[in-house]
Design a protein around this ligand. Structure first.
Ligand code: B12
Ligand code: SF4
Length: 452
């Protein structure tokens, strides 16, 4: 079998950043890549992960030192294939690393260079335009990579997209997630990722690891790319409990981030998970995302008993008109009800909002402020809208975005939700006023999280 090195690119935040402490600026551990590598290894492949994000942090933001270290890994491991894994926010940094490696390898003895993940899947041609790779993989990586490492030519493998190709064929998805092994976290630096961090755990510090119950989402909100290629599926309850136990043992933690789109998408199965946890004496703390229309008292009571210490809701806007435009399929009344239930049941809850949406008026932002004040979440985040690749809004408004995309850095800005585009109906100074005003509510209300 061929040898594969998967590279996780860094993010711009850490470049030259000597001061960042883990508690203020951490990352969540990369479960997707670690799970993928574990699957390939269990099937006989020799795979390593070069987590340049953790490496750059350890090197106090020094890119050159990190690239030298990466080169040492390459010369020591001698991979046949180097695969980059990235979403749009890290496109630019994947290119930076690729350019460096290509120059170091020269033309002879270079491994095959490929890429996979959200961005190469959504935009294979754009990926190849900026990164002259040998191929990209469209869709889930498990099956195509196993075939490649087993010796098949990429042309014969479903999911591979090569330079010059015009037809995109997605790789087959893993239908039964229970067929996948539990991620082997020893493939990356466990100690690094289990440091307590505010970014990971918000207002109260926890040592927590991610754990995914299902892939994809049942919804398709216009601004979101969550189900861009991941068909919705989930583990069985028994497998998921086994996964939690294994990860807790491997990483020495008892707290989990259930990073699914919404655990309410699979409410019956999630209740089974909760009952199994309760039967075990609720040994773990965990938090998860939930859509407001899926919140009900019974579910919340059960989840609390099963170790749920907080919930995350996308309230998105206090304006019914804007919610409608977003295709979110929730109502302001459902937001109020979800908040009320959390207060009554005693589960801290975090809400997020999107501003700068199409046709937004100051009046809509006032309604969002009213909703925040009325529902009094434990904490909140206010995100500026950008139409990210993979979303309906990207597909429908590419003509508005295209003039602003001239370099690879512009792609990264778009992926970071930082495109310099205003979609609301108000002058820039009024938009800035509202952004600061809504964000400042976080300080006002963020004083009452209950620790478990
Ligand atoms: C967990 C997560 C995070 C974690 C990342 C943890 C980590 N280190 O991996 C955190 C919280 C840090 C994060 C941050 C952000 N995220 Co995020 N995140 C996710 C989430 C919810 C799950 C990712 C996941 O594990 N998926 C499941 C696994 C199985 O899929 P996967 O990782 O893509 O891997 C599979 C394939 O892609 C492929 N594959 C992956 N790598 C490779 C490599 C090779 C070589 C090959 C062949 C195949 C391959 O095989 C894998 C197994 O099947 C996704 C939603 C989603 N649907 O993916 C959003 C998502 C990726 N995030 C998104 C966004 C926008 C962001 C942020 C910009 C948000 C923000 N406001 O700041 C930031 C960017 C931060 C940064 N600077 O990089 C968008 C990306 C859209 C896009 N076009 O890029 C998504 C799709 C969510 C959404 N709602 O739209 N995110
Ligand atoms: S916003 Fe939430 S519910 Fe809507 S598509 Fe994205 S993950 Fe699914």
């Amino acid at each position: 079998m061929k040898k594969l090195l998967i590279i996780i690119p860094w993010t711009g935040f850490y470049i030259d950043n000597r001061d960042c402490t883990f508690a203020s600026s951490p990352e969540r551990a990369p479960e997707g890549v670690v799970g993928l590598a574990t699957y390939l290894i269990r099937n006989g492949a020799d795979v390593r992960i070069a987590d340049t994000l953790a490496m750059l942090r350890d090197n106090c933001g020094n890119v050159q030192v990190t690239l030298n270290r990466l080169w040492e890994i390459c010369t020591d491991f001698r991979p046949d294939v180097i695969g980059f894994s990235f979403f749009t926010a890290r496109f630019e940094y994947a290119a930076q690393i690729f350019d460096d490696l290509r120059a170091r390898y020269g033309t002879s003895n270079a491994p095959m260079f490929i890429a996979g993940g959200v961005h190469p899947t959504l935009l294979p041609q754009v990926t190849l335009q900026y990164l002259p790779l040998d191929a990209v993989v469209v869709g889930e990586g498990e099956y195509p990579l196993l075939e490649l490492l087993g010796g098949k030519h990429p042309r014969e493998i479903k999911g591979f997209f090569l330079p010059g190709d015009t037809r995109i064929v997605k790789a087959d998805v893993v239908k039964n997630l229970d067929d996948l092994p539990v991620p082997d976290w020893s493939l990356i630096d466990i100690a690094h990722y289990t440091q307590p961090s505010y970014q990971i755990s918000n207002t109260v510090l926890h040592r927590a690891m991610p754990v995914t119950f299902g892939r994809g989402c049942l919804y398709r909100c216009n601004f979101c790319a969550h189900n861009c290629f991941l068909q919705a599926r989930h583990h069985s309850a028994a497998y998921f409990i086994h996964k939690m136990q294994q990860v807790a043992g491997q990483c020495g933690i008892d707290t989990f981030i259930v990073q699914d789109s919404s655990i309410g998408n699979f409410a019956d199965e999630w209740q089974q998970v909760c009952r199994l946890l309760i039967d075990m004496g609720s040994p773990f703390h965990w938090w998860a995302n939930l859509r407001v229309n899926q919140a009900d008292r019974q579910l919340l009571l059960l989840m609390k008993q099963a170790g749920c210490i907080k919930l995350f809701f996308g309230f998105e806007s206090g304006s019914p008109r804007i919610l409608e435009r977003m295709g979110k399929r929730i109502t302001v009344e459902q937001c109020r009800r979800a908040a009320k239930l959390c207060h009554e049941v005693g589960i801290p809850f975090y809400t997020s909002y999107i501003i700068n949406y199409f046709g937004e008026e100051e009046h809509d932002l006032q309604l969002t402020e009213d909703l925040i004040r009325e529902t009094c979440p434990t904490s909140l985040s206010v995100n500026t809208f950008s139409p990210i690749p993979g979303s309906v809004d990207y597909e429908n408004h590419i003509h508005l975005i295209a003039p602003y995309i001239n370099t690879i850095h512009d792609w990264t800005r778009l992926g970071m939700l930082a495109a310099p585009l205003r979609f609301g109906n108000m002058p820039e100074e009024r938009f800035n006023y509202w952004r600061l005003r809504l964000r400042s509510l976080k300080q006002e209300i963020n004083s009452h999280e209950t620790t478990p």
